[in-house]
Design a protein around this ligand. Structure first.
Ligand code: PGA
Length: 252
């Protein structure tokens, strides 16, 4: 049985006291409203990881980073390694978010290295894929997502692949208020599950969690999550608002 997950991606928002406050209220919320098998992940800025990991003690809630270095250690000024992330108590890391691909020129081979480095350090990888608008308009979206997954993720042996979650995030829907329709999300998620099946077989495909991301909020979460191949969400803007985020989790 695959896991149902809602992951919040705080991006570059909230100072340390605001982050602690948000994590504290979310943690208390799920203490009183248990997750019953669902999972919640809070992906915070690096500097919040240690403090937030110490706060988040509720069953089913864990912490993640938004990126990691492709290197193990050494002279890489300003970088954060997967082992450092793991040492904070964080259990997850987002790899290949479109903002990293686009603004920081992270390419498929670098992302494959980051994924391998994260797994070597016992972090669960939330691997992002998704097309930009011109790619969808020219009907290249399936090819783009296939290439991203084949080059960044499908080189993994099955045991490692099983430690990964896929997030489909159409770039044209991120932070734009424009959400993929439930039918568009289902179509792509079904396609992705088919690719996983081709590489790893039916059982692994059935067990793979595939999240949708891109302007998902409390008002549209239920219709997106109702699709058979949508197993939860990767939430940006709405993850900064406690009630909104908790209502998205409730919709799962
Ligand atoms: P958004 O971001 O929910 O603000 O669109 C999603 C993401 O980038 O993970």
């Amino acid at each position: 049985m695959r896991k149902k997950i809602v992951a919040g991606n705080w991006k570059m928002n909230l100072d340390i006291s605001e982050g602690i406050e948000l994590a504290t209220t979310i943690n208390s919320h799920f203490l009183t409203s248990p997750l019953e098998g669902k999972e919640v992940i809070l992906c915070t800025p690096f500097i919040h990881l240690n403090a937030v990991s110490a706060i988040v003690k509720t069953a089913g809630v864990s912490v993640g980073a938004q990126n990691c270095s492709n290197h193990k250690s050494g002279a890489y000024t300003g970088e954060i390694s997967a082992s450092m992330i793991h040492s904070t108590g964080a259990k997850n890391v987002i790899i290949g978010h479109s903002e990293r691909r686009i603004y920081y020129a992270e390419n498929d081979s670098m992302l494959a290295e980051k994924t391998a480095e994260a797994l070597r350090n016992n972090l669960r990888v939330i691997f992002c894929c998704g097309e930009v608008l011109p790619e969808r308009e020219s009907n290249a979206h399936f090819d783009v997502v296939k290439r991203q997954l084949e080059n960044g993720l499908f080189m993994l042996p099955e045991d490692d692949f099983r430690k990964c979650v896929i997030a489909y995030e159409p770039v044209w829907a991120i932070g734009t208020g424009k959400t993929a329709s439930p039918a568009q999300a289902q179509e792509m998620h079904h396609f992705i599950r088919g690719l996983v099946e081709k590489h790893y077989g039916t059982k692994v495909a059935a067990d793979t969690t595939i999240l949708y991301g891109g302007s998902c909020k409390a008002s549209n979460a239920a219709e997106l999550f109702a699709n058979p191949d949508v197993d939860g969400g990767l939430i940006g803007g709405a993850s900064l608002l406690k009630d909104e985020f908790c209502n998205i989790v409730k919709a799962l």
